[in-house]
Ligand binder design. Structure first.
Ligand code: 13P
Length: 339
């Protein structure tokens, strides 16, 4: 392991004004997104859509792109590997390496993320294909009687085993313990479960001897459930999210890059901005969004070649707004002026 190199890559991923584009939707998730815009989810359509993002000006605000197995092997229309196009745009290619979730026996409604078997060999291959970092997502749901501590601990253990393997193969692990925002729970319950998940995670990372200087944390923000009767202000989300992170995340971690998790584009930008405006923490705070970066360009594109410039403009706009938010320099006025 070359910790200095891992630290350099991790710092580049969270450099001010930039953040990560999560473009690692599995074929199933991609089909869901394409169905919503009336586009058939063929390998070529998935390639064309992602190519338009990677060739847009918005890449100036994108430090790294998380790819799916299919995408890191794909070539653009002109034959250039998509990973090369990302590099040429001054960004780092990364790869999702988990294999999705499976139900945990005897723990109804709870899941464990799989993908550790054969992981070292896959990491070696992905490095050869250009990957500089990886992602593994654990999913913790909130509901009546859940999450169980067993689920939280098993997922934290898998994340730590994944992160150690990545570092041993000189790849920066993005460590993602996602507490879902489904459900009707309030913001304080989200706080409590996020705290539990992060405390358990950093304990397991310590036991696995993961070097915190060589990783990026990808957490959820502390938000009320989507169906909660009591929604929260931008400042309340920012304050509570910062507080839980300061309680749980050691200063040695170079950066925190949030998932959007189903927040609106504007909420995801405004809340990130508020955290940085409030002074942030000992780590950099930025984005690693999928939906909150891609909803607008997907809609603008709708599978039509003639819409490519409009889709690229929509992506460039959202990437720029989130780039400003990563420095606490975004405002609703700028959002309107730039639109
Ligand atoms: P969302 O921003 O859509 O939550 O996706 C981020 C991600 O990569 C989840 O693993």
């Amino acid at each position: 392991m070359d910790l200095a190199e891992l630290n350099k890559v991790a710092n580049a991923m969270v450099a001010p004004g930039r953040g990560v584009l999560a473009a690692d939707e599995s074929a199933g998730t991609c089909k869901k997104r394409f169905d919503a815009i009336g586009v058939e989810s063929t390998e070529e359509n998935r390639r064309d859509y992602r190519e338009l993002l990677f060739r847009s000006k918005g890449m100036a605000n994108i430090s790294g792109v998380i790819l799916f197995d299919e995408t890191i092997r794909q070539r653009a229309k002109d034959g250039t590997p998509l990973a090369k196009i990302i590099e040429q745009a001054g960004s780092l290619p990364g790869i999702k390496v988990d294999k999705g979730t499976k139900p945990i026996p005897f723990y109804p409604e709870e899941v464990i993320t799989e993908g550790l078997d054969g992981l070292r060999e896959r990491l070696v291959e992905y490095r050869g294909l250009g990957a500089m970092f990886c992602k593994w997502r654990a999913v913790i749901d909130i509901g009546p009687g859940i999450p169980s501590y067993y689920c939280v601990k098993a997922n934290a253990d898998a994340l730590a085993r994944y992160a150690a393997l990545c570092q041993d193969e000189n790849l920066v692990p993005i460590v993602e313990p996602e507490v879902l925002m489904d459900g009707d729970h309030d913001i304080d319950r989200c706080y409590q479960i996020t705290e539990l998940a992060l405390k358990a995670l950093f304990h397991e990372l310590y036991l696995a001897r993961v070097k915190l200087e060589g990783m990026v944390l990808k957490p959820n923000m502390v938000v009320p459930g989507k169906k909660s009767a009591k929604q929260a202000s931008v400042d309340e989300v920012a304050e509570k999210t910062l507080r839980v992170l300061k309680e749980c995340v050691p200063a040695a971690v170079p950066g925190i890059a949030f998932l959007s998790g189903g927040q609106s584009d504007l909420d995801a930008t405004a809340r990130l901005n508020a955290m940085n405006r409030m002074g942030g923490g000992p780590w950099k705070i930025t984005f690693s969004y999928s939906r909150a970066l891609q909803a607008a360009p997907q809609k603008a594109w709708s599978g039509k070649v003639e819409n490519v410039p409009a889709a690229q403009a929509a992506f460039t706009h959202r990437a720029a707004m989130n780039g400003l938010a990563s420095m606490g320099k975004w405002s609703p006025e700028l959002e309107k002026k730039a639109a």
